[in-house]
Design a protein around this ligand. Structure first.
Ligand code: NAI
Ligand code: MG
Length: 352
């Protein structure tokens, strides 16, 4: 019996609705599979926890998380109670940084029964590998002078280590997919870091002669996400470029409520963290209409990460059977509830 110990952090808002729903789905999968067991431990770390304790997580919080195989997170943030920079940096970003989750993986895929805002899109199935530890999101820089002389300098940091790591991850992933990697660059405008990025991409690609490669400038690539998303398989991108591309990816899928993500620790020192792209959605909290698919698809990415790719594929298929059958929450134009969609997915799983 394979047992996976998972730390569950529902967080705030709809996180508290979609995480329990997804745990029900994962428990069903374990029942169906037979050889797999999940042990979930719930952590109440959230904005409400902050109001009570003055901190988003206790002092030994990170240490406690290291005992787990993975972290399953809903969403963090309740700007009415706690400023976003405190809640997000105190929990989510703290875990990503301290646990060296240097890769952010985000798929974008056309789903059966879900209307993309694109007109007649061809089938697309993209995986963006985003460098998650440095790049444009560095804290290197500063400000000088005031008033009309005021200057802000923000440095981008590209190390060979982190760049190669992201690229190898993308190439390894593509060997299990369509064997095609696109690099998001901008070496025609950014003259130091991006030529370096291109050079590393070329170097790493030599280790994978069977994989087809191309480099695209990020502006053109963003446009192609809208006009020809079916052209892409795996895309490797810097922190900022990957962030922007994956929001377009969520948009062309049809709703941010279905977009999943994984923060991967590749050195095996710490657990990886699985969380959907969306936030805590305070505007629909408590109404029972949050789309659980982003979180459930995130659970699929967790299954993949632990080598249960066959089960992961089955789960995604069940999700698509359910959307294909018209179980859609209001963000997708339907009138199903969180629990309607969850129960339909669980029922599908029982038939596999
Ligand atoms: P959001 O993603 O929470 O909501 C944006 C819009 O999408 C809202 O209209 C919301 O109702 C809708 N939406 C999001 N998820 C949905 C779902 N599963 N089903 C149906 N509709 C859904 O982004 P927003 O409003 O900018 O942020 C709200 C809070 O969440 C803030 O405190 C923000 O900092 C935090 N946040 C946290 C993230 C995380 O924990 N990873 C990511 C993004 C935002
Ligand atoms: Mg973003």
């Amino acid at each position: 019996m394979k047992t996976l110990k998972i730390a569950s952090i529902p967080g705030d808002g709809i996180g508290k609705e979609v995480v329990p729903a997804s745990i029900d789905v994962l428990k069903t999968i374990a029942d169906v599979h037979g050889g797999l067991k999940f042990e979930f431990v719930d952590f109440p770390w959230s904005c409400e926890y902050y109001l009570e304790h003055g901190t988003m997580i206790p002092e030994d919080g990170l240490k406690r998380l290291t005992d787990f195989d993975g972290i399953f997170l809903g969403a963090v943030g309740n700007p009415k109670l706690v400023a976003d920079h405190i809640s997000l940096w105190g929990l989510l970003i703290k875990i990503r940084r301290e646990f060296e989750q240097t890769i952010n993986l985000r798929p974008a895929k056309g789903m059966r029964g879900i209307q993309s805002p694109l007109l007649n899109p061809k089938d697309f199935d993209i995986m963006v590998v985003r460098e998650n530890s440095e790049g444009e999101y560095s804290s290197v820089g500063g400000t000088i002078y005031q008033g009309e002389d005021e200057i802000a300098i923000q440095n981008a940091v590209f190390s060979r280590k982190a760049t190669e790591r992201a690229m190898r991850f993308a190439f390894d992933l593509s060997t299990k997919r369509k064997k095609h990697v696109t690099s998001a660059t901008k070496s025609n405008g950014i003259v130091y870091s991006m030529p370096f990025w291109d050079k590393v991409f070329k170097d790493v690609s030599k280790e994978y002669p069977e994989i087809k490669t191309e480099s695209q400038h990020i502006d053109a690539l963003a446009a192609f996400f809208v006009t020809k998303p079916h052209r892409f398989d795996v895309i490797v991108a810097s922190n900022l470029f990957g962030d922007i591309l994956t929001d377009i990816g969520a948009a062309i899928m049809g709703s941010i409520g279905i977009a999943p993500a994984a923060n991967i620790n590749v050195n095996g020192k710490y657990p990886s963290m699985f969380e959907p792209v969306h936030g805590s959605a305070p505007d629909i909290e408590g109404k029972g209409i949050a789309n659980p698919i982003g979180q459930i698809w995130t659970a699929k990415m967790m299954l993949d990460h632990f080598g249960e790719e066959e089960l992961g594929a089955k789960l995604l298929d069940c999700i698509e059977n359910v959307t294909g059958a018209g179980y859609l929450t209001p963000d997708l134009g339907g009138n199903s509830t969180t629990s309607d969609v969850t129960i339909a997915i669980i029922n599908q799983l029982k038939t596999i």
